[in-house]
Ligand binder design. Structure first.
Ligand code: AHR
Length: 498
């Protein structure tokens, strides 16, 4: 089978906003406790944060991390998580039905993220709380000094304001599982008034309004239109969330689900532009895909968890090789919408549906999905190009005309580097890829990395952390302005030219 791409420097889609390589840490399960924070761990720093995990996060280069939820935020009193640790309350955490000790809160998390050169995308509670708690938290974080909440922060040992720029106005407020679920009108009004107050406190911040929890929600699209009707001029981004899985064990159909993500983005862009037209607004709404991943392995076992544990093993998906292909395809989909998607968060980062797994007190390892995420973040910076792509197609149970070649191209002008990310979704055949790169004179292929595996269900574990690992033995070559490369069946590929 053959696929062809014509790549031209001038066919630009948009600059990549590096924040599309963001991630997410929720106060849930072992994401924080036993994940990023584990004071008894041999690599823990003076604040109790694991350096083995921090090193892996830095390997990826995560520009922004969403915190503290997720569903968690809709019942969170931020005041519980600041001040002397010994005085912080233990709470019944209702979203995940566990005990939250509040040992780690806003300041600890921000200090940790800053050490990793990551910004924090902070979410406020619009479930059980509202305008007042949101504006107070913002004053606590961002106001320099001389007011109640800024001086409280200083009294907690943080003299300099945190300068948090990006704020989420609640989380998945359309979902019946959400504490304090709202109708679109209720949420739209609350988000708009909260946005107004927050921008009075600090006009430099950017705000994200909640879109639908996923594309199949019954209120989908109407929710976005109504919420934006109320908030269009106050907010800067609209959020999208999605998770996919392969419960039917049908890999061709599974990998085709990136088409659903693609359609999701296109439809939400259409809704945003409809409201823009209706309001005759000059502003274009951008998207924050602030939860996306594969999530299905742990769903069943989590139903049987005993409630009210501290840091239970919750949402701990052990990712297979085929999940890494799906994550690669989702990354490609985000890149193909770089003109509108300016932020995105792989949900999540450690232990809970995460690229990094740990044993509390023990080993840390890279899950299969770590690799496409790391490759995209490290090499996918620059300008997304719009190649012409000709690919063989296949049909699956739920999708027709699925391109076997899923690809995105990023050109980094400063580094004189062209990077092709490609997934071959063919279950049977290698794809011979031919790329016209005649516009890129004097370039060479410097790398062709492949993630492939004979067993689609292989996972990495503490004992076998490298069962799924990329290799650099791809055969991509460049001759007379054409790249030729073999993309093995069911593989993730990174081809770099310099
Ligand atoms: O990321 C896990 C959960 O998925 C989040 O808490 C919630 O927002 C979504 O439903």
């Amino acid at each position: 089978q053959k696929a062809k791409m014509i790549i031209e420097k001038e066919y630009k889609l948009a600059d990549v906003d590096s924040r599309i390589y963001g991630s997410f840490i929720e106060q849930l399960g072992r994401a924080v406790y036993g994940g990023i924070y584990d004071p008894g761990h041999p690599t823990a720093d003076e604040y109790g944060f694991r350096q083995d995990v921090a090193d892996m996060i830095q390997e990826i280069g995560v520009p922004i991390i969403r915190y503290p939820g997720g569903n968690f935020v809709s019942g969170y009193n931020w005041e519980d998580g600041v001040g002397p640790v010994g005085e912080r309350p233990r709470r019944l955490e209702l979203a995940w039905r566990m005990i939250e000790t509040n040992e780690v809160g806003t300041n600890e998390f921000i200090r940790w993220a800053n050490q990793l050169n990551s910004e924090v995308m902070m979410a406020v509670n619009l479930g059980t709380r509202g305008v007042d708690a949101a504006r107070n938290l913002l004053e606590y974080c961002n106001h320099p000094s001389g007011t109640y909440y800024s001086d409280l922060r200083i009294s907690h040992g943080y003299t300099k304001p945190h300068g948090i720029k990006t704020w989420c106005l609640g989380n998945e407020m359309d979902g019946p599982w959400q504490i304090g679920q709202k109708t679109a009108v209720e949420y739209g009004r609350l988000a708009s008034e909260t946005a107004k107050a927050m921008k009075l406190v600090d006009p430099s911040i950017e705000l994200v309004a909640c879109g639908s929890s996923f594309r199949a929600m019954p209120t989908y699209a109407d929710w976005e239109a109504t919420v934006l009707d109320h908030t269009y001029e106050q907010v800067d981004y609209l959020s999208l969330h999605t998770y996919y899985g392969n419960p039917d064990n049908d890999v061709a159909n599974y990998l085709a689900r990136s088409l659903d993500m693609d359609l999701f983005i296109k439809e939400i862009v259409a809704v945003c532009d409809y409201i823009k037209a209706k309001k005759r607004s000059k502003k274009t709404m951008h998207l924050s895909f602030d939860e996306w991943n594969v999530w299905f392995h742990s769903l069943e076992s989590d139903k049987h968890l005993d409630p009210w544990q501290i840091a239970p093993a919750q949402l701990e998906d052990h990712y297979t090789f085929e999940d890494a292909l799906m994550v690669g395809s989702m990354l490609i989909t985000l890149l193909k919408h770089a003109d509108r998607v300016k932020m995105a968060c792989l949900a999540q980062l450690v232990n809970a549906i995460a690229p990094i797994m740990t044993e509390t007190g023990g080993a840390a390892w890279r899950q299969t999905i770590f690799y496409p995420y790391m490759h995209a973040s490290v090499y996918g910076r620059g300008t997304v190009l719009q190649p012409i792509v000709v690919s063989p197609l296949y049909d699956s149970k739920d999708y027709t005309d699925v391109p076997m070649l899923d690809s995105a191209v990023v050109y980094n002008e400063e580094k004189n580097e062209l990077v092709i990310f490609a997934v071959n979704k063919s279950v049977e055949d290698a794809l011979l890829l031919e790329c016209d790169v005649r516009g890129f004179q004097n370039y060479q292929v410097v790398q062709h990395t492949i993630l492939e595996n004979d067993d689609l269900k292989t996972v990495n574990t503490a004992k076998q952390p490298n069962a799924v690992m990329p290799h650099d033995n791809g055969d991509a070559s460049l001759r007379d302005g054409w790249v030729q490369a073999t993309l093995p069946k069911l593989s993730w590929n990174v081809i770099r030219l310099q």
